[in-house]
Ligand binder design. Sequence first.
Ligand SMILES: [Mg+2]
Length: 180
Amino acid sequence: MVERLRPRLYVPSIYAINLERLRRRGIVGLVLDLDNTLVAWNNDRASKDLSRWVQQAKQQGFRLCLVSNNFPARVRRFGQWLDVPAVANAAKPRRRAFRRAMELIDTEPRTTAVIGDQVFTDVLGGNRLHCYTILVLPMTEHEYWTTRLVRRVERLVLPQTMRRRRIADAASRASHGATP
Ligand SMILES: [Mg+2]
């Protein structure tokens, strides 16, 4: 179980993701959580930085799809703004919405990265399908109490798993001579 909660990569934000490196891994699809990953949970606008990032990712050949547990109106609006397909009411970590997203952007698990701020929805869901999972720090602390509760459990799980991951990453970097 703990294995399934472990992201392949842990970064401060989407802007810290090395897209070129993902490409070299064969990743062509980015399945993106919306709230607290791309925008603050109470925010109704996409920032310039976000629009630019999405644009860049597209230019590099990535196909993007939003997958959110939030309501259709909000998710669809962001999908339109960013000009990417969107799946709402996703019920993550259930697999159905992730499968639908991969269908929409025509990718398969081994060519898809799932990116989100929550271990128990984004990471668990992505790992269940054997996608490449990337955990980002949540953009805001103003969250529903249920999410806050989940965070506490995450903290119990994460430190140990992250430590192991970092050691594995360092070892693989050393053996491949790559820079972080
Ligand atoms: Mg989120």
